[in-house]
Design a protein around this ligand. Sequence first.
Ligand code: FMN
Length: 174
Amino acid sequence: MTKPLRPVRGPAPDAPLFRDAMARVASAVHVVTTIGPEGRVGLTATAVASVSDSPPTVLVCIARPSRTLAVIEASGVFCINTLPGDGADLAEIFASRRGIDGEARFTEGDWGTLTTGAPALREAVAAFDCRLTAVHDIASHRILIGEVVGLGGAGREPAETTSLIYRKRRFESV
Ligand SMILES: Cc1cc2nc3c(=O)[nH]c(=O)nc-3n(C[C@H](O)[C@H](O)[C@H](O)COP(=O)(O)O)c2cc1C
């Protein structure tokens, strides 16, 4: 752990304050998918970041109880599908807010595959098809590092491409 430049005073902010601060930050919304013995699975995630372009590498933070997490770790592959502006329904479905699970989550959207076999959304702003290369446990979450082995999405005219963001606990198209 690096020594802080200035001493940190006072107690650490509690979880609700942290969540309120984070809620003010606009985030792109993604559906992270994989394929397992019982078919396709996926979850909605905003905790996604680019790590490096050589080799192309990304990360996603997933809560340890997630059912999708276990399937990704078994398959060793996942695809990060960045949602277009009209993807709020997909985001709700893959966040378990519609009571739909497993394969049935893929009824909405035009899904195919790229290199790994993980589901890739044709109308995604971008789809990053990944091979799982490392896993780190931090607090309540597991950080998955993926090497990008295929790119997809943008199956629409560029002029029509909008992005879905999550801000102040609401979805917005930008
Ligand atoms: C806008 C939004 C962003 C989310 N981001 C994450 C995330 O980054 N990581 C995570 O583990 N869960 C995240 N979730 C919660 C998961 O989508 C949710 O727990 C889901 O039900 C997990 O599904 P599963 O158990 O089928 O994998 C988010 C939910 C919403 C609505």
